[in-house]
Design a protein around this ligand. Structure first.
Ligand SMILES: O=C(O)CCC(=O)C(=O)O
Ligand SMILES: [Fe+2]
Length: 195
């Protein structure tokens, strides 16, 4: 449901235009992922003809009591979005100047992603991790608005065409390792709805 044009002039057009642009970019990015996996550039193209692509318009109000800028533990009430990974192929994130996104590092510490002007953040998601047999790792992240400002963000979740996709023997070494070490990766393929 969209707000009436007279209530928010230009809003619908702006969102529609952004969606078209980011969809193009996502398809292009998929080609770069293909090249990085030593696949032909157009390898994933048939899977992105009618892809799943959802943009969310998110608002995180400022906290009632200012929070510290470091990544020290916080109580649940302060967390805008709890720790999770996205479940599509990847996410393109457009954010306002207010930081808030935190990335879980392999060390177990949270890294506060700083805002870079005119940039998008790319988060690898579960499906691409599964597809690449764990070569690409999905990013565990959360959102905490530690500032006194409202925070806005527009994640665009990009997935493949809705069809049965055979498990690809991409990245043979990673494939064998994934099968041997982490059978639970297979469970991911069965999770259709989360969060
Ligand atoms: O608002 C953000 O920066 C991230 C949003 C997010 O992780 C999500 O909607 O899955
Ligand atoms: Fe997310």
């Amino acid at each position: 449901m969209w707000p009436e044009e007279e209530d928010l002039p230009g809003f619908y057009e702006a969102v529609k235009e952004y969606y078209a642009e980011v969809l193009d970019l996502a398809r292009h990015l998929f080609r770069l992922f293909a090249l990085s996996l030593n696949l032909p550039e157009d390898y994933f193209d048939p899977m992105t003809t009618h892809p799943g692509g959802i943009a969310r318009l998110l608002y995180y109000p400022p906290p009632k009591h200012p929070l510290s800028g470091d990544s020290s533990p916080t109580v649940d009430a302060q967390i805008g979005l709890g720790a999770h990974s996205d479940y599509e192929c990847f996410t393109l994130l457009l954010t306002s100047t207010t930081p808030g996104l935190e990335i879980l590092k392999p060390s177990g510490q949270w890294h506060i992603a700083s805002h870079l002007p005119d940039s998008l953040i790319v988060n690898v998601a579960d499906f691409l991790m599964r597809w690449s047999n764990g070569l690409y790792k999905s990013t565990v992240h959360r959102v905490i608005n530690r500032s006194n400002e409202p925070r806005y963000s527009v994640p665009f979740f990009f997935s493949s065409r809705s069809t049965t996709i055979p498990l690809l023997k991409l990245c043979q070494r990673a494939y064998r390792k994934a099968r041997r070490v982490n059978g639970s990766l297979y469970a991911l393929a069965n999770i259709s709805l989360r969060g």
